[in-house]
Design a protein around this ligand. Sequence first.
Ligand SMILES: Cc1ncc(COP(=O)(O)O)c(C=O)c1O
Length: 479
Amino acid sequence: MDAREFQQIGHQVVDLLAEYFDHIEERPVFPDVEPQMLNELFAEPLPQAPSPAEKVLGELEEKLLPYCTHVGHPGYMGLITPSPNPVGVIADFICSALNQNIGAYTIGPAGVAMERRTVRWLTDLVGYGPEAGGNLTSGGMMANFIGLKLARDWASGDRAQQYGIHQPWAVYTSEERHVSVDKAVDAVGLGRTALRALPTDSEFRVRLDALESALAEDRRHGIRPMCIVGIFGTTNTGAVDSIRELRAIADREGMWLHADAAYGGGMLLSNESPMRDRGLELADSITIDPHKWFYAPLDAGAVLVKDERRLTASFGMKPSYLTDELDHAKERYQYYVHGFEQSRRFRGLKVWMSFKRYGARQIGEWVDNNVRQARHLYSLVATHPEFEAASPPPMSAICIRYRGADPDEAKSKELHAQVVRRVEQSGKFWISTTELKGKTWFRINPVNFRTRTEHMEQLLTLLEEECRSALQNVRLAGD
Ligand SMILES: Cc1ncc(COP(=O)(O)O)c(C=O)c1O
């Protein structure tokens, strides 16, 4: 492809995407298609001969675009993937063109500096001091893994990096944690049974009395408490654990405190209730994902560390083929000794460009709109005879359930599942189901700058209709 063809196809792609964004609301949120049909659509042997770029683009229009989940559609309120902001989309295009490899300074000097500045903006946002550092990661899963690895290495007096862990250790978190915490506890070699998933209160915050009992029990059995993972915005309901109290307990017990703000970190940008007084900065490490509630396109997660030196303690290996012998003054920042990943996409660019183009205030307005939408739905449900909400939403995630459902939980689960399927088929909205304290709920979470308040009213009307009709079906099937 020469420069002329690149230019032509590039312009076509930009026109296509501008049109796509402009008319996204007219598309069905989720495609009406079966997986088998999609597999057949792409079933072809490895192409041997070249095709003109226009033809390849035409194929995308025919085979990809109609069958996407349009997460930028205002009715997408599902698993936490935002409407990507258009500047972030352009940044990713530039990022691929330059292909800077942020893992090592020599493969992207300015990119490394921009990423460090972006990380600094995030560490400032959470309230960390100048000694803090961090990495942009593939997402919250990787950030939680790095947080747990930092915890393990610190708790072992930096012996675990060499010798592993051979005694029983434990990690404490809420029953409402994201599954990435379980995977991280496994990945750092403790095994999933080392995770204590503690009960929560009526607003889904971890119960401190349950934490104290679990600690006492483990101490009695010679199990060493290693780390607490506090949640700053749970996946289901946006609940925020009492980070200050968790800090005090972690200090008393000699434990690391990791905070998972993968979703809830976006709340720090809010202009109306920024939650900067919740003690997040007291955590030793924090997961915070720009690709969730900062509206950056995938992927851009982040792990932040109060003391950047802990990153080098955990990851600071320097093989000869990576050591930069030209850096006599030791001024070149090497991400590969400060993080787990080696080759790394220049994720900082889209976060940097988004902050520059919109400013934190504008992004904060989007966050506030989403919070207002969730609260509006809550107020509608509070006076609705057929629905109930799990808790008042502190953020934008809200769980509601159909009270008219059969008291038999198995039937209620079936009804809620049927309804989300019908909602999916409507093409107007996409929501999911979840379980909270043994009951099934609709999980609704706008992290979407196109969603408007009226969408919450339309969604509730649709849920009303579909729940009533599904109740009939479930009852008929039971007769
Ligand atoms: C609280 C929380 N932590 C971690 C994750 C995992 O993040 P990712 O999907 O970016 O790996 C999620 C995902 O929704 C989350 O809600």
